[in-house]
Design a protein around this ligand. Structure first.
Ligand SMILES: [Zn+2]
Length: 458
C-alpha cells in the first residue's frame, strides 16, 4: 500500500510528453507507469497535463524596497506562488547594511518560519560588501546557500566596483558557489538621473530613459570579462534586451562561464507601459526597465534557442495606492519591482500557445533547468522516480482572463490585468500533499521546507 496515485494524466517533462499514472509514497515519486500498487488516496488528472512543480529562482519576499517593505511576505507570496503552479522558490536573503551575513540569514529564517507554504532556498543578496563580508561568504555553502548577488548599479548604495566583484568571484570559485549580478552601469545611470531631475523630468517614463539598454549591455560585458579572468561561474539576473543578450552570446562563444535568466515581464511588457496618463506608469517601474518590441522578440528567440537557464518572476511587490506614491515627485523615489509570482507559469505557457517555444522547453524553463542550475535537482524540477512528488495538474485548454481580484498576492494590481490567456493551474501537489485544489489554496503556511542547495560545479 502506497500513499497516493495520480491517474489518467499526461505527464509533460523536458524530454517529452506521455500518458502514465504516478505512484507516490512518503512524499516522493516511487513509480511511473505499469501496474501501480494499491494506494490510500487517488487524484484524477484526466484530461490534464501533469507538470513538475514550478521552480522560481528569483523572488523578494518580506524584503526592503527603498525605505519600506514589500507587500508580500512568505505567507501571501508562497500562497500566490502555489496557486500559480510554483512549488519551490529561491528567495533573496539579504544582509542588512552594516550587518553580517549570518544575521541576514537568521533574519530570513524568521521571516519564512511558520509562513512558507512551498519549499524554499536562499541566495545571499549583499548590499554592503566589505572585507569582513568577503571572508564570511565562504561560510555560506555549508549552510546550503551557494549563490551570492552583487549590484553593479545603485551608486552610493549597493553598487560594487570591479575589485569587489572580483573578490566575490574568487571566493565563490574557491567555495563552490556562483556570483549573480544585477548588471547595469550605476555611474551612467546616476549621471542620467541627475541630469533629468535637474531638467525637471520627474515622471515614471523617465525611469526607462535614464537606464538605457547600453548601460545594461556594458555592465553585462564587464561582468562576463571579470568571470573569465577569475574563472568563476557567473549568473546574470533579469536580462532585458538584445544588446545585453549579444554580450552573453559573445561570452558563451568564447567559452566564458556565463549563465543568464530573463523574467516574465520582459517577455510581455515594454517601456511604453511607463508612459501613461497620471502616475499609472509607476506600476511598471522595475529595474532594469522593460524595453522595446524588438527586445521582446529577441528574448523569445533566445528562449527558443535555449540561451537562458530560466524565466523567473523577480516578484518584488509594492502597492500602487500607497507605497508607489512615494515617488510622485521624483521617479527615482518610486520603489522598484512588480508582482508576478502567480502569473509566471501561465504567461510562459503562452509561448507554447503562440508556437514560440515547445512544451518541453516550457517545462525545462519553468522547472527542470532552474532546479539543475541552482543545485535542487534531482529532488526538484522533474517528474521522475525518486524526485519529490511536486506536481502541477494543468488544463492546457482552459481560457481565462487575468484579474487581480482573482490572484492571491497581497498587492493591489497585476501588470497583466485583462490579459486573455490559455492554460490554467487546476491542482498542485507538494511532496505528495495537495496544496491547491481547483485553483484554491488548501495547504498549510509553514509546510514549506528549507532546501539546502548543492555546491556549484566550478
Ligand atoms: Zn530581483
Amino acid at each position: 500500500m502506497i500513499d497516493l496515485i495520480v491517474v489518467n494524466g499526461t505527464i509533460a517533462t523536458n524530454a517529452g510528453t506521455f500518458k502514465a499514472d504516478i505512484g507516490v509514497d512518503d512524499g516522493r515519486i516511487v513509480q511511473i507507469g505499469g501496474t501501480l500498487p494499491e494506494a490510500r488516496r487517488m487524484v484524477s488528472a484526466a484530461g490534464l497535463l501533469v507538470l513538475p512543480g514550478g521552480v522560481d529562482v528569483h523572488t523578494h519576499l518580506d524584503a526592503p524596497s527603498l525605505n519600506m517593505m514589500t507587500a508580500d511576505d512568505f505567507r501571501s507570496g508562497t500562497i500566490a506562488a502555489a496557486c500559480g503552479g510554483t512549488t519551490s522558490l529561491i528567495d533573496f536573503c539579504q544582509q542588512t547594511p552594516g550587518g553580517t551575513l549570518a544575521e541576514g540569514l537568521a533574519n530570513w529564517n524568521g521571516k519564512a518560519e511558520g509562513k512558507a507554504a512551498i519549499d524554499f532556498g536562499y541566495h545571499m543578496l549583499i548590499p554592503d560588501f566589505n572585507e569582513a563580508i568577503a571572508k564570511e561568504l565562504a561560510t555560506l555553502p555549508e549552510k546550503g546557500i551557494t549563490s551570492f548577488k552583487l549590484f553593479m548599479s545603485g551608486k552610493g548604495g549597493a553598487m560594487v566596483d570591479d575589485h569587489a566583484l572580483m573578490t566575490a568571484m574568487t571566493t565563490a570559485r574557491q567555495c563552490g558557489a556562483m556570483v549573480m549580478v544585477h548588471a547595469e552601469n550605476g555611474d551612467a545611470i546616476y549621471h542620467l538621473q541627475q541630469q533629468y531631475l535637474r531638467e525637471g523630468k520627474t515622471g515614471p517614463k523617465y525611469h526607462a530613459e535614464t537606464r538605457p539598454a547600453r548601460a545594461e549591455a556594458e555592465a553585462t560585458a564587464r561582468a562576463i570579462a571579470l568571470a573569465e579572468i577569475t574563472g568563476a561561474p557567473l549568473y546574470v539576473v533579469h536580462v532585458t534586451c538584445a544588446e545585453a543578450l549579444e554580450e552573453i552570446v559573445r561570452g558563451k562563444l568564447r567559452g566564458a562561464p556565463v549563465l543568464a535568466e530573463t523574467c516574465t515581464h520582459y517577455l510581455f511588457l515594454t517601456k511604453e507601459n511607463l508612459d501613461q496618463p497620471g502616475f499609472e506608469g509607476a506600476k511598471y517601474v522595475f529595474s532594469p526597465p522593460a524595453r522595446t518590441e524588438k527586445d521582446r522578440e529577441a528574448l523569445w528567440l533566445a528562449l527558443r534557442h535555449n540561451l537562458f537557464e530560466t524565466v523567473s518572476s523577480d516578484h518584488s511587490s509594492t502597492r500602487f495606492y500607497d507605497q508607489k506614491q512615494g515617488g510622485r515627485a521624483d521617479f527615482t523615489k518610486i520603489p522598484n519591482g512588480l508582482p508576478g509570482i502567480e502569473e509566471r507559469l501561465v504567461l510562459l505557457y503562452q509561448g507554447v500557445v503562440q508556437g514560440r517555444i515547445t512544451i518541453e522547453q516550457f517545462v525545462d524553463l519553468a522547472s527542470s533547468r532552474p532546479a539543475r542550475t541552482f543545485g535542487l535537482a534531482p529532488r526538484k524540477g522533474n517528474v521522475a522516480v525518486g524526485s519529490d512528488a511536486d506536481l502541477v495538474l494543468f488544463d492546457a485548454n482552459a481560457e481565462w482572463t487575468i484579474r487581480n481580484s482573482d490572484l492571491h498576492h497581497a498587492v493591489d494590481y497585476s501588470a497583466y490585468e485583462g490579459m486573455n490567456v490559455r492554460g490554467r493551474v487546476v491542482s498542485v501537489l507538494l511532496r505528495g500533499e495537495v496544496i491547491v485544489d481547483n485553483g484554491e489554496f488548501c495547504g498549510q503556511p509553514g509546510y514549506g521546507r528549507f532546501l539546502p542547495r548543492a555546491r556549484v560545479e566550478q
